[in-house]
Design a protein around this ligand. Structure first.
Ligand code: ADP
Length: 226
């Protein structure tokens, strides 16, 4: 049980849409082990983002429980959720959301300095992460001077800057051409493997999904084996 870093237990999530109530998750169960990579492959509108938002403590479930590192999260107040999100969770989105006026290195330093690391510690780790992502030579470039694949690799490096327990990614290569998507994902996977991180990654790309330890889908509001 201790090696489970994320557990989603009997989670229900409903949204009101006008006069209707849309049940997106209907008692969903899922667990992610330490060091495990899982692809979430399901058609649009089935609740992938909802599941990632719940796992990322960006939404609270209508019912059920989300455990991060063995801790129940439904009873945490906003400050405790934010603290847990910052220390245990890393996020990568389809669009990089890098800060345009800062360099690649500075973008990766930022979350570390917010967490209290010194300039020296943060810049050393940022440089190391850029090397892992094989873009060390681009450290002093601003996002606009980087290609789409390079921007996304910086965003991935930034997401793990504070050594989270879990990486959550929503279509991280969805905006890239297939070849670029392939090498960005390879770099992501190398980083995950060398750091012992666990990852839940929503993707439509079956080649990428095939590289992960396990594949799940959403079917009738439940998480099911793909
Ligand atoms: P996916 O990521 O698989 O495309 P989502 O989790 O984004 O699916 O959405 C699942 C369904 O829930 C969609 O029909 C969407 O319109 C609806 N939905 C998601 N978030 C909300 C919300 N905040 N309010 C109302 N409906 C929502």
């Amino acid at each position: 049980m201790n090696d489970i870093v994320l557990q989603i237990e009997n989670v229900q999530q409903h949204y009101e849409q006008g006069d209707n109530v849309l049940s997106v998750l209907k008692g969903a169960n899922f667990s992610l082990k330490k060091g495990e990579t899982v692809a979430l492959v399901a058609p649009s509108g089935t609740g992938k983002s909802t599941l990632l938002h719940l796992a990322g403590l960006l939404e609270t479930p209508g019912d059920g429980e989300v455990y991060i590192g063995g801790r129940a999260t439904s009873t945490l107040d906003d400050d405790a959720r934010t603290a847990m999100r910052r220390s245990e969770l890393g996020f990568v989105y389809q669009f990089h959301h890098l800060l345009p006026e800062f360099t690649a290195l500075e973008n990766i330093m930022m979350p570390q300095m917010i967490a209290g690391l010194s300039y020296k510690e943060a810049s050393e780790r940022a440089a190391q992460l850029l090397d892992y992502m094989r873009i060390g030579a681009r450290a002093s470039h601003r996002p606009a001077e980087l290609s789409g694949g390079e921007q996304q690799r910086v965003a991935i490096a930034r997401s793990v800057a504070n050594a989270p327990l879990i990486l959550l990614a929503d279509e991280p290569t969805g905006n890239l051409d297939p070849e670029t998507a392939g090498y960005v994902f390879e770099a992501l996977e190398a980083l995950v493997r060398q750091s012992g991180l666990s990852a839940l990654i929503a993707t439509h790309n079956h080649d990428i999904a095939a590289l992960m330890d396990r594949r799940v889908t959403l079917r009738d509001g439940q998480v099911a084996e793909f």
